[in-house]
Design a binder for this molecule. Structure first.
Ligand code: TXA
Ligand code: MG
Length: 353
């Protein structure tokens, strides 16, 4: 066990002194969790193989699932990659800093462990003053997966980071709750048309406005387990975002969804099972279960994305056995939300009409 230092920082104007402490830890090969606009990341010097290995260990992350490398200056992309395609230049201009991760052909400077032995590297520039200041002060690119134990919902506050990683990492910069709440969109530009490997904070609709045709990897919209080829998208193979409770996702026409969920609540409660419901503002009054929570309004997918991971964790704190979740519209951030909910359920999906 290590002592994990927690420092509160102003999310828009972090104290240089505190950032310097964190940067000192990164430079020495240590692990620092920090806020980004999407979720908290667990950072290590991306070019220090020992530090990156420690990062995998702290998270219990399988070694074949590479982290995202975070930068604060576009010039760094040219140092870490072999080739920057024109479409990437366009996207970097339009979407960075922001919740978009691009896959590039890597340069040999990037250690094997950082890319899990792949020939490509995932890079993004986060839109958060704390993250950018930390990268700048550290003087290196920072490899940062989400700061949760592998398989758990990503952390949207320092409290979530500590729930998983207290005593396993050197430091947490606590900059409050994150703004977007789901991770960045991961886009592979090596194919034409480009392919979204993970839907996230940058809506696919926004990418299509700039690039024209953009495809979704079958896994992005999967409603059941899909076998994926190894190299394309390592993270896809693992169960993710799962609370301890069993999750059931009910999708379809709204009135039918409500009726189905009420029926499920009834049968679980007759068996003495503690039931949680993940509802929305428009539907919450319909449910009487042990714990009922609202993601937000069905007309505000931004709010729903922001609340998702926090609520999944809260069901665990409440000790429910089953969480029954409503599907939300698959548009804008709703695509990322539904992708996470389907994975969290282990594809335990009920379709109703
Ligand atoms: O918003 C985010 O992206 C957050 C914050 C901290 O920046 N980070 C994050 O990292 O979600 P992580 O490690 O939890 O997810 C990285 C995803 C995984 O699905 C991984 O498989 C994929 O990016 N990835 C990383 N390198 C890749 C590569 N070379 N090719 C394809 N996918 C890659
Ligand atoms: Mg993650």
């Amino acid at each position: 066990m290590k002592q994990t230092l927690v420092l509160k920082v102003n999310p828009s104007k972090p104290s240089i002194k505190k950032i310097q402490v964190a940067a000192g830890i990164i430079r020495k090969g240590g692990l620092v969790a920090f806020p980004t606009e999407t979720v908290y990341g667990l950072g290590a010097d991306a070019l220090n193989p020992d530090a990156v290995l420690a990062l995998f260990k702290a998270k219990n992350r399988p070694l074949d699932n590479p982290p995202i490398v975070h930068i604060e200056n576009i010039n760094t992309v040219y140092e870490l990659t072999e080739y920057v395609p024109p479409k990437a230049v366009l996207l970097m201009k339009q979407f960075w800093p922001g919740p978009l991760t691009l896959i590039f052909h890597r340069s040999k400077r990037v250690p094997d462990v950082t890319v899990a032995g792949l020939e490509t590297v995932a890079i993004r520039m986060p839109q958060h003053a704390v993250a950018l200041a930390l990268i700048r002060a550290s003087g290196c690119a920072i490899a940062a997966p989400s700061a949760n134990l592998a398989g758990k919902p990503s952390p949207t506050s320092a409290k979530h980071v500590l729930a998983d990683l207290d005593g396993r990492i050197d430091m947490v910069l606590d900059g409050g709750s994150t703004r977007i709440g789901v991770e960045s969109t991961v886009l592979d530009l090596s194919l034409d048309p480009p392919i979204v490997l993970r839907p996230g904070g940058t809506p696919v609709e926004a990418l299509r406005k700039v690039l024209g045709d953009v495809q979704l990897h079958p896994f992005v919209v999967a409603e059941k387990e899909v076998l994926v080829e190894k190299a394309r998208s390592p993270g896809m193979r693992y169960r993710h975002y799962a609370p301890n409770a069993k999750v059931i996702l009910v999708e379809g026409q709204l009135q039918a969804v409500i009726a189905k969920i009420k029926e499920l609540i009834g049968s679980y409660r007759r068996e003495g099972v503690k039931v949680g419901v993940l509802a929305t503002d428009e539907t919450i009054a319909n449910y009487e279960a042990d714990v009922v929570k609202s993601l937000g309004s069905r007309f505000n997918l931004t709010a729903i994305a922001q609340n998702l991971f926090r609520l999944l964790r809260e069901f665990d704190y409440e000790g429910v056995d089953v969480v029954i979740a409503e599907g939300v519209p698959i548009e804008g951030l709703g695509l990322a939300v539904m992708n996470r909910l389907r994975k969290a359920s282990g594809y335990n999906i009920l379709k109703v009409v």
